[in-house]
Design a protein around this ligand. Structure first.
Ligand SMILES: *Cc1c(COP(=O)(O)O)cnc(C)c1O
Length: 370
């Protein structure tokens, strides 16, 4: 008896969840290009261009700006592993699941981690963070800019970072969902390590994690007394690979083809136009959700354009509607996280997914199912 393995043919989906977002056809096409070696001059030229384009999307001049071979979580690990040594004090401001994950990662690295938390759906004031920072001498302060589990944007970033620096802490900011859809001003805000992922608002397949390091943090990482606990995520070795072309690991040429193309699209569109498109389309979605009785959960003041949490109407079984959207309309959205599990849906409008036609389709399908 022989088993038949059929041709690869997954159903095409409209991806409107918390990531991955859809990749533009020209991004997908690049991945059919035959891979070259990981130190081929052609790939090294692509790396150099990717660095320029990443500096453009991050709004930074940071020398250490490149993409890690891994997903967003690998960059969370890298940020903490490179700054933290066992016993260091770390403060994490938690407004949802990914803040909790950042704290967990720091704690596994042997840091002494303190968390401050807001109820799901809320954000911090500058004063709350400043007060927590003054309680102890922290080496690192970490927070999530766009909390994908709730759809909230942590505002006042510049002031928060200033307060952290005044207390002597380095700042790690997670921009996995925000980079490419809302302003991420790394130099203006003076962030020490900022990271993201290829598959959210930058709209490439998942597999790469852009990261950028301030000159201040770079110096600290270069002068560590003990080496970074992770060989794979050591940013010194990464920098040597990207800038001096010393072998570190075999990066995927296919992934870099795709990511460079996604960044090229962002550059062609222009960041300001890109932020405006994400906001305009999100506002269209928000108005439509009000109309069908599933209004946005987060107040407009700090509601995220790339990720909307919509309140599930009374009497509606959220998982049933979600399954029907997927099975009958080929549209992916997500359920809520933790305490919000049965209360909200999570709808992503990131990168190439943020298009008017997708919103019209989703709203019509939801209305029909409701
Ligand atoms: C998705 C996400 C991550 C994790 O990224 P992966 O690519 O899934 O590893 C981290 N932080 C935030 C805010 C995210 O939305």
């Amino acid at each position: 008896m022989t088993k038949i393995y059929t041709d690869l043919n997954p159903t095409e989906r409209v991806l409107l969840g918390p990531g991955p977002s859809m990749a533009a056809p020209r991004v997908i096409r690049t991945m059919a290009t035959p891979p070259v070696g990981h130190l081929d001059p052609a790939l090294l030229k692509i790396y150099a261009e990717e660095q320029e384009l990443l500096r453009y999307v991050f709004n930074t001049k940071n020398e250490w700006t490149f993409a890690l071979s891994g997903t967003g979580t690998s960059a969370m690990e890298a940020a903490m592993a490179n700054l933290v040594e066992p016993g260091d004090a770390v403060l994490v401001a938690v407004i949802g699941y990914f803040g909790t994950r950042l704290a967990e990662i720091a704690s596994r690295l042997g840091a002494e981690v303190d968390k401050i938390e807001r109820p799901l759906g809320e954000i911090f004031t500058v004063e709350e963070i400043e007060t927590a920072l003054k309680a102890k001498s922290y080496k690192v302060f970490g927070f999530v800019h766009a909390e994908t589990s709730t759809g909230a944007e942590q505002l006042h970033v510049g002031e928060i970072v200033k307060a952290a620096h005044e207390q002597g802490a380095l700042v790690v900011m997670d921009t996995v969902t925000s980079l490419g859809s809302i302003p991420v001003l790394v130099d203006e805000w003076d962030i020490d390590i900022t990271y993201s992922a290829s598959q959210k608002s930058l709209s490439a397949p998942s597999g790469l994690a852009p990261i950028t390091v301030s000159p201040r943090a770079q110096k600290i990482i270069q002068n560590r007394k003990r080496p970074v606990s992770s060989f794979y995520l050591d940013l010194n070795l990464y920098a040597n690979y990207w800038m001096n072309h010393g072998y570190h690991h075999t990066a995927s040429a296919s992934m870099h083809y795709a990511f460079r193309e996604a960044l090229r699209i962002a550059y062609e569109e222009g960041m300001d136009a890109r932020y405006a498109r994400h906001r305009q389309n999100a506002e269209l979605l928000w108005a439509g959700l009000e109309e069908i009785g599933a209004p946005p959960f987060i107040p407009a003041e700090y509601r995220l354009p790339p990720l909307t949490t919509a309140v599930v109407p009374d009497g509606v079984e959220p998982h049933v509607l979600r399954a029907k959207l997927l099975n009958e309309y080929n549209i992916e959205i997500a359920g809520g996280f933790g305490a919000l599990a049965d209360k909200v849906w999570r709808i992503g409008l990131m990168g190439y997914s943020s298009r008017r036609e997708n919103i019209t389709l989703l709203l019509a399908a939801m209305q029909e199912l409701l």
